[in-house]
Design a protein around this ligand. Sequence first.
Ligand code: PRT
Ligand code: ZN
Length: 297
Amino acid sequence: MSAPRDRLRIAVQKSGRLAETSLDLLRRAGLSFRASRDRLFLFGDNLPIDVLLVRDDDIPGLLREGSCELGMVGRNVLDEQSLATPGVVFPKVVSTLGFGRCHLAIAVPQEMPWGSPADLEGLRIATSYPALLAAWLAREGVAAEVVTLNGSVEIAPRLGKADVICDLVSTGATLQANQLREVATVLDSEAVLARTPRALSPLLAELAERLQARIDGALSGAQVRLLMLQAPRSALADITRLLPSRQAPSVMSLDGQPDQISVQALCHRSLDWSHLEALRQVGARGLMVMAVDQVLA
Ligand code: PRT
Ligand code: ZN
């Protein structure tokens, strides 16, 4: 048996739609890396955390077998593999990451009439997600033939390989270019942070929790802004009512002016000019809004 590892491993996509944003998020979580010569590994410089660069389809398996502790992968890939191998304990989603958004959709030729999923009865549906599609068809009570393809699903109807398709859609441009129209959603997806189902050593568990908290902090930083202002103390109730914030603001008296206050509040990122104008109307002045990089709750 090999010695237990003392460095945490996180798997991310090597190249593709999730690759850049995944690494960027790890950098925002405070990690810095050095690339290995074979470009399969990034060695963590400042924490004992290394990055494994792999195909996205390999990430659920690596987590399951414990070759890495954390991974960033599309929910579509994770759910497909979990459904395809029932009875196996699968990685747990610990955070949703807000990028790689897309949905798995049924799309039919433009001219095909559509009323409900029952219209798929007896048809051939091409997809790279046979388990997700089969589960959806079963939920809808529809018997259809699932044709599994590894790529170029959108051209299957034109090639006569299938009648309709079930594929990932983000902008819809691919469907349009292939004279297909979307009629039903099978799954909404985005990139998620998943964790191995295996028990971790205290050291790796502590590192995993630390990295999860930092990733959550980097993500929530993007969701908030820091607002600072000054005002007469008498305006505090009006100001608090107007803030797009769920937390009570921090309030300090101005030096030598007990009837004047300085207010700091973490606000939702929807904070905009109209909020600032409304705050000024009730007496606030010197309003400043700042971006927030990191939040540790
Ligand atoms: O090489 P590797 O196996 O790692 O990569 P891959 O080719 O399998 O995956 P990649 O990089 O294409 O996608 C990785 C993940 O990105 C997917 O598993 C999804 O979670 C997510 N994602 C988000 C998408 C899309 N949006 C997307 N639009 N994955 C694929 N597409 C494809 C879709 O299949 C279709 O062909 O883009 C086309 C449709 O895009 P629109 O914009 O024309 O609608
Ligand atoms: Zn893939």
